[in-house]
Write a protein that binds this ligand. Sequence first.
Ligand code: HEC
Length: 425
Amino acid sequence: MLRLLLVLFLATPVAASAQEMRGHGGPVRALAISADGRLALSGSFDTSAILWDIERGLALAVLRGHESSVNAAAALPDGRFATAGEDGRILLWRMGRQEPEARLEGHAGPVAALAVSPDGGVLASASWDGTARLTPLSGTTPPAVVRQRGPLNAVAFAADGQSLITGGHDGAVRLFGPDGGQRRVVDTGVPVNGIVVAADGEIIAGGADGRLRFIAGDFTVAREVAASGTPVVAVALSPDGRRIAAAGIGGTVALVDRASGRIERTLVGPGLPVWSLAFRPGTDELVTGGGDRLVRRWRASTGEHLGAVVMERPSEALARLADHPGAEVFRACSACHTLDPDGGNRAGPTLHGVIGRRIGSAAGYDYSPALRRMDIVWSRDTIAKLFEIGPNAYTPGTKMPEQRVTDPDDLRALVDYIARATGAE
Ligand code: HEC
């Protein structure tokens, strides 16, 4: 049995066989899934966002642009993604580009939540600066700004697709018209941490007391459901509107039937506590991001934690090394790096031929400017050093998420595996 995996991945044997996406150097704080259910964007306390091919369990790109924690993510109907951070920034990303396509400024404090209008025309953001902004994604109309007492944690579009619903520290859930005028308010009595809205107009607010409040069209609380013994930190609604997932900061995820308000089940398994949740359109899957830094898939109807990662079949050379102790350590790298001659670049450059290669020189890979300027030649020693002290310390400015291999035996095994698998010896 492996003595120690990377510090990065506090994976148990159960977790190691799970349908999981590895990559982040800190808890996964934000998740969004494309409308076709194929791609996920995760945002982390480690300041990076990672774009995933869900089915293949592969990281397609590591996106850097925030200066601190990525708190929120949203998928736009046109295929782009938005991220928002503690740095107050909102960035728009287009698949295939390493740099953000647009940067929306204006918040004077951390942005806690994002929502996209159903027609994709407006991005709503809620901030601890006490405002929510409705920013048109095309044209020159300035954003509409609404204010609430104290920090805002949650935002969603109303069923009309234009009005805005906000929730925040003051416990109020408010409805604003598209012009920014307040139309309705209800006081839930506790800080509101998450809001979802069903197609029939029902609003579900997750509160700091662990309860979900079902708010009817007339803005009265029609029902309360105790979803967690600890504050609810994330709420998601299934695409068919029938199921709500609510994560409590203490480590539970409750799946609630919306019609009856009954808790169908509570997720049990690895990866808890969960910080972020999203249902996967076109499937019955719930995707979660949590404190163990992984993105995981669950079957929402049964609560089952889904099986082994769908990894591509290894080449013959790698299959021969399957029992090498370094193969297990390398699992943490394989979402982003290939070793085969024809494996190509993923979110990270190919490691084929890495031994003896100058840093930042794999053909066709778009390195960070920092890495291109460095003067390192990769060898067993320098690769070991990279993961002994961590990429941030050894290659400052790199876009590889921070991770270390703390066990000296694991580190030796990892480097030996890379050298053998890439034909260096
Ligand atoms: C989430 C994605 C991700 C994971 C996981 C990851 N890397 Fe990386 N790695 C990258 C990226 C992105 C770069 C390029 C960094 C840059 O351009 O600043 C990189 C660069 C490197 C380089 C330098 C390559 C060169 O051509 O100069 C090495 C070596 C490396 N990684 C090894 C590893 C190993 C070994 C692991 C597992 C312990 C690992 N990486 C895990 C994304 C990742």
